[in-house]
Structure formats: C-alpha cells, structure tokens
Design a protein around this ligand. Sequence first.
Ligand SMILES: Cc1ncc(C[n+]2csc(CCOP(=O)(O)OP(=O)(O)O)c2C)c(N)n1
Ligand code: SF4
Length: 308
Amino acid sequence: MKNWNIPQDELLYSGHAACQGCGGALAMRLALKALGENSVATIPACCWTIISGDVLYHALKIPVFHTAFETAAISATGLKAGLTKRGFKDTTVFAWAGDGGTFDIGIQAISGAAERNEDIIYFVYDNEAYMNTGIQRSSATPWGAWTTTTPVKHPEDKPKKNIDEILAAHKIPYQATVNVAYPEDFVRKVKKAKEIKGFRFIHILAPCPPGWKMPSDISIQVARLATQTGIFPLYEVENGKHYTVSYLPPKKLPVAEYLKLQGRFKHLTESQVEYIQKMVDENWESLLRKHELTHGTLENIPRPEFYR
Ligand SMILES: Cc1ncc(C[n+]2csc(CCOP(=O)(O)OP(=O)(O)O)c2C)c(N)n1
Ligand code: SF4
C-alpha cells in the first residue's frame, strides 16, 4: 500500500451530502489539505451548494459564502478585498464552481478577474455537465456524450470548450489541471498555487457516477484512465506561455478504455470512437510541443512508477 505524501489534516468532514464516488467531494477534501484552515470559499449554485450542507451543519472547517451562479469570481474578488482591508492579508480566498458555472455562465466574471489579476484562486470541479439540476449539457460536455439535453439520438455534437487555453490567453501567473486520481500531483499544485500572488486557476477532473452513468466504485479508475488515455492531461502553465506536462503515461492507452466504462458513451459507434481518438491525439501532440518549446526536451516529464 502506498503511503501518500499528502497532509493528514481533514478540513472536510464526513456527513456531507455528496453521492458515493463523487469526484467533486474528494476534490474539495484534497484542495483543503493543501490550502489549510486560513481560507475562505465562495461557492455558486452547483452540487457543492448542497454537498457542503446548511448553516450550522456544514461540512467544511472554513467559512463558506454561498453566491449566485454567475458570480464565483467576482464574489471571491470582493471577499479578498474586504478581508485585506480588515487586515486579514494572508487569508486565501478561493472560488469553487462547477463547469456550468465556469465554462458557461461564470466566464465573463472569470475573464474580468483574470484580466485584472485579482489575488484569488479559482477552482473548477469539472464533472462535464450541469449535474445539480439533472445532467444537462454544458460547454464542458465532451463530444459524443449523452446528457438529458443531448439524448442518445442527438448526442453532444460540439467538442469540449478549451477553458485552459482561454485562461492561458489572459496570461495569468499560474494555472494547472489536476485529477482526483492523482492526489500527490493535486496537492502539490494547489500548494504551489497558494504561494503565488494574483489570479490562479485550477481545473479539476471530477467524475460523477450518476452523470457519467457508471458504478460509484470505479470513479477513481475512470478518472485515472482519463489521464492515461490523454483525454485529461496533467500540466501547468505559467504566465500563459510556460507549459509543463506533469505526468507522462508510460503507454498512452486507447480512449476506448475510458469510454467503455461509462454509460454516457455506450451508444458510440466504432467510427465515432476513432474520431474521439483523433481529437485526443491532436490535443496531446500540441500539448507536448508546448512543453518542448518551454523546456527544450520531453525527457524531463515525470512518469511516476506507482501509476503504471
Ligand atoms: C442564473 C441561474 N440560472 C440557473 C440556475 C439553476 N442552477 C442551479 S445549479 C445549476 C447547475 C450547475 O451546474 P455546474 O456548474 O456544472 O455544477 P454541478 O451541478 O455539475 O456541480 C443550475 C443550472 C441558477 N441557480 N441560477
Ligand atoms: S450528482 Fe455528481 S457531482 Fe453531484 S454530488 Fe452526485 S456525484 Fe457529485
């Protein structure tokens, strides 16, 4: 059994209201281990509004400000300004939103805060649909996926919006992708983000068993396959131009390995799976070129033995 090199402190208590196997819940647990108690969260409408629980009973050991759907970035900006004015300069203020609240309705507030380089961390836990209101598609829903608004006969026909490149175009000091199946990489990146001033963006892949139509006990397996197939690569971007891939799969697995475990993809034909494979390969190659441009080599990308 591997001894995880992550803090033992728990700032997310048991008794929260997430479904079994919720990647979003595990994501918060890991993020808080990295951020510590001197933190304040702002959470817009999303599953996490429910997961955290109600006043007096909420499951987080830090103050939480519940806010409107489109206002995660701007409310975090206001909280940070207010706390700084009152002398709490070291408190980490972070926004915590779903993909709908980020890729879609929250994007103008994010763009504004990123462009002004506000001193906040913005987390998106990306379960690739509007889960809290019943699994409707968002612009983070991958091509070909079933949702209640993209039913089997009319599955999602747009590729997932590339939120990371949109943020990179703002030239923010730090951004990273993380995955709940890689907890050490997750905690390391959030700790790094905490030490940087200015706007930081963390994109979390957060599996959702009901929304992805899969059993709750394979959440981590599926999340890990997303990275091992190149669908959700792990990387960091500094100042919009320095790209560092943080995990190289020893053997890049076929996307079918990831897709076949999830009911939301079970209607896909062989040629549709091939199309997804082609898109994933193109994105992966383009990311590797960016790493190479930054570092002059691909040889320095870690390949942790444990994840083989
Ligand atoms: C302006 C506005 N429109 C719609 C809603 C209804 N609403 C509440 S949560 C939600 C879905 C949130 O989806 P996402 O941000 O992806 O988070 P998830 O539920 O997947 O965790 C919606 C549409 C709302 N609260 N406010
Ligand atoms: S619906 Fe999905 S994201 Fe929401 S609590 Fe359940 S598992 Fe988590």
